[in-house]
Design a protein around this ligand. Structure first.
Ligand code: SDX
Length: 427
């Protein structure tokens, strides 16, 4: 394979280097294209365009492979803990016992949120969507942690990282509790990272806190499965906002806003709403399959399809199995799980979906487990954000350590050419 690519424009030929990644992916390096040809490329949605070289996550959409720092998602979900995966994604290696203990200790030391943050939360109506509240509170954290903004040294970056890993779960819990009119409290630093999150979310002020270990196990697994996914929409947002040397917290707030969209992380909420609609409509999945295929109908099969996976999303396979286990363990019979399975079966046998390589993605079954764990539907995407936090942090840190330039795409202008100003009485 040649390590150069030739582009012919008019009667001129130009050569550009071809770079190869560790998984033998190839890219044409066009960083000198405009300077040497006066021509740019254009690629709506960046379907064919790489924004960076990254050593964090590898995914192969054709083979349904997903690895964090070389470790398979299947092994990490089966054998790892979410806190270990946070460390792995951010610092590149699975931690030793000592490293993990220090990481957790440093996070716990930063897991109190300024009391005045509650006044900001009080300003939101209960009808506010939790993703909008969380994005705002995450940005507001900057005001109470100004040292987290201009982080140039790795030491300062580490301090900002343990701050957000300590404080973000508190914001998640408070966002949920506020809507439920529950007091805003803390967990307990004697608990594990994920168990503490669960306690903050669910502890009732008049009860002893107790939880089935299978619930914590399921939550930990779900957070691992959502932890990173290379250059998806929200991660690309975090990287481009961070490329302006915006602080970590504000960059993550921008990522939360991107994740909110129903085509991205917001799909997990949309899937349950879709399944509930099908259930209320009598459970006839074929009607909704027809709607999804109808170009005139804006309805899409939420939780289906993916920009990169043209095979099964490996996370969907794991979550589907976990849904069966969690509902079985908790003795829950949720009819929407059966509807989801029927919908999947019908779609995977239908040529419209097969010909477009549309398979269930990470969002198709996750809401069924969140619901079984007692999480309100409008909090599902917040749970996605909680899982994706270490991935956003890792990608932001890599971009800054690589000293990447500010992101600033070009365009092809298609508006008016020059025209003279017209006085208002002549318009
Ligand atoms: C996530 O990128 C990531 O890594 C994201 C994510 C992560 O971990 O960060 O994996 C998380 O966002 C998962 C995706 C969640 N979104 C949904 O489930 C929403 C429903 N899915 C779609 O809207 C769609 O599949 C996207 C947005 C996910 C992908 O869109 P693309 O890659 O731009 O594909 P497309 O819209 O060009 O679709 C190609 C064809 C079109 O039909 P034709 O024009 O060829 O006739 O497939 C059709 C689409 O109409 N199609 C669907 C469909 N998804 C695509 N038709 C019906 N139902 C669907 N869900």
């Amino acid at each position: 394979m040649s390590n150069t690519a030739t582009i012919e424009i008019g009667d001129k030929k130009y050569e550009f280097p071809v770079i190869e990644g560790t998984e033998n992916e190839l890219a044409i390096d066009i960083s000198t294209l405009r300077a040497s040809t006066k021509v740019i490329t254009i690629d709506p949605g960046f379907k064919n365009t790489g924004s960076c070289e990254s050593a964090i996550t590898f995914l192969d959409g054709e083979k349904g492979i997903l690895r964090y720092r070389g470790y398979s998602i299947e092994e990490l979900a089966d054998k790892g803990s979410f806190l270990e995966v946070c460390y792995l994604l951010i610092f590149g290696e699975l931690p030793t016992q000592e490293q993990l203990a220090k990481f957790h200790k440093d996070i716990k030391a930063e897991s109190i949120v300024d009391e005045d943050m509650k006044r900001i939360l009080d300003g939101f109506p209960k009808s506010a969507h939790p993703m909008g509240v969380l994005a705002s509170l995450t940005n507001a954290l900057v005001a109470f942690n100004p040292s987290s903004v201009n982080v140039n040294s790795e030491e300062d970056m580490y301090k900002a990282i343990v701050k957000i890993l300590g404080k973000f779960p508190v914001l998640v819990a408070w966002t949920m509790r506020k809507k439920a009119s529950l007091p805003l409290n803390y967990g307990n630093t004697s608990l594990g990272y994920v168990e503490n999150i669960h306690k903050m979310m669910f502890h009732k002020p008049n009860e002893e806190y107790a939880v089935d270990p299978k619930v914590i196990e399921a939550l930990d697994k779900l957070l691992i499965l959502h932890a990173d996914h290379e250059q998806n929409c929200s991660t690309s947002t975090v990287r481009i906002v961070g490329s302006a040397h915006t602080g970590l917290f504000a960059s993550i707030s921008a990522g939360i806003s991107a994740l909110w969209g129903p085509l991205h992380g917001g799909a997990n909420q949309a899937v349950i709403e879709m399944l509930e609609t099908i259930k209320a409509d009598g459970g006839d999945t074929s009607k909704f399959i027809l709607k999804a295929k109808d170009k005139e109908d804006p309805f899409r099969l939420m939780g289906f399809g993916h920009r990169v996976y043209k095979n099964f999303d490996p996370r969907a396979k794991i979550i589907k199995k976990a849904a069966d286990n969690v509902l079985g363990d908790l003795g829950i019979d949720d009819p929407v799980l059966d509807i989801a399975k029927r919908l999947e079966k019908v779609a995977l046998e239908d040529d419209y979906f097969k010909s477009r390589n549309l398979y269930p993605n990470v969002d198709f079954y996750s809401g069924i487990i969140y619901r079984a764990l007692g999480i309100p539907t409008d909090m599902f995407t917040v749970m996605f954000a909680l899982g994706r936090l270490p991935g956003w942090i890792a990608q932001w840190r890599e971009m800054r350590l690589n000293k990447e330039p500010i992101g600033r795409p070009r365009q092809i202008y298609t508006g008016y050419t020059y025209r003279e100003f017209k006085e208002i009485d002549k318009r």
